[in-house]
Structure formats: C-alpha cells, structure tokens
Design a protein around this ligand. Sequence first.
Ligand SMILES: [Zn+2]
Length: 256
Amino acid sequence: MPDSCEYTAGPWATALAVSNYKAEEVSTIMVNDQAATRQAIITALKKKGYSLVERSSWQAKPPTGTLNPGWDYTDIVIHHAGHSYSCAINTQGAIKQIRQAQEYDMGKMDDIGYHYAVSCPGDIFEARDVRFEGSHVKGDNTGKLGIVLLENLAEAGEAWQQEYRKKSIWDKLRGSLDIARDAVAYDRESPTQAQISALAALIETVQEYFHITKLGGHREYQLLAPGNEGRACPGKFGMQVVKQMRSRFSLAVPSK
Ligand SMILES: [Zn+2]
C-alpha cells in the first residue's frame, strides 16, 4: 500500500495509472482491490434492498489533507451524532445531517471521522472512504470501522456521568455548553426500526469483506485507548443497539 494513496472523487475502479515500475505494479493491484471491495459493499447492500448514498451523492467536501491509508478492519465502533441531532424525517433531512457532521469534523480534522452513517429513516451513507483510516476513537483508530447513528441516543446527564465528572475544573468550564445541553437532553431519541434494520444490513455486509471479530460503543473503545478517557457516546440507547448487534452477529466485546 503506497502511502501516497491519493483521494480521488472520480470513478473508483480506475484507481491509479499503472507505471512501468514492477515494484509499483503490486501496490497498484492492491489499490484496485480496495476500490473493488468498496464497490462490492455498495453492490451487496443494493442486493439486500439498501442503497448506500455515496459521498458524491451527498456532495461531500473533498478532504483537506492527506488521509492515512486504512484497511484490515477487525472492529466496528458504534457512535451517535449526539446533541443537536434530532431524527431526520426523510433522506433530504438526513443529507443535511451528514453534511453538518462533515462540516463539524472538518473543523478539527481533514474529513468526516466515521466511515458510514445511518439515519433514522434508514439511509446508509458513505462517510470517510473505507480505504482510509477513520478518526473516531481518540488515539486508537487502527483496524476500526466507525459507524455513526445520526441522532442523540444519550439520556440527560450521561456526558456528565461518563465524561466530565472526573475532569479538571478547566475542562468542565471548557465543556460547560456541552454539560448544559446534556443536563436537558431534550432531543434524545430511540433508534427507529428502519435504522436498526439498515445498520444490521450494513454490519452483515461489512462482515462479508472484513474479518470483523469485535463490536462496541465508542465509550467502550475510548476507555481502552491511550488516556483511558470516558465518553458518553453512543449514549444509553446507543449501547442497547450495540448489545443487540453484538449478540445478533456473535461478535466479542472490545478488548486490547
Ligand atoms: Zn463517538
């Protein structure tokens, strides 16, 4: 895998032009395989009756920098979009949400951090191209495929309990807006059946292409990552989804 793997918004299967260098031919084939796998995931979902909304279809912004190559995923990490995300009522609404999520993430990194997003009405979005490592668990993203559920699945007070309670007074002050929103959680929702079905189809499909052994919520993974930090994500209701998916697909809890 060359580390110069360029992000191209054009047709995926074309990949890189073959050079006359033998050493490079090998890596060119690998890039092509990955493009084919990305496409195969889209096709497999379609066969199951789910259309994956590609980046070009939701007008994703191109990454602002070079992303690290990522592959060989073994873990699925479930997130929720959190405060200020209410369930979208249709695909148009969900497109606005994924664009908002990308906008937010690009305020601190080169692209949206997750690989896929699933809306309340059951749309599945391609977020960060699966050929690149995600940025969704602080300090530990290798082999981790990130999926975000596009609503707030935390109960009031969860961010305080899981995250801010143990922090310094300065971090509490910095997070005061977040803490205030968390205290009310007026927008928290339960996942819809359409969303659960779409998420299950996505997990099942991803398992056909990667050797996935573990699945967990962001909070579980963040506790294992350097710094052992607490996170509310994906919230109490998101953790119910996590447990449901773990048993449905016989996946293990996160471990080091
Ligand atoms: Zn998260």
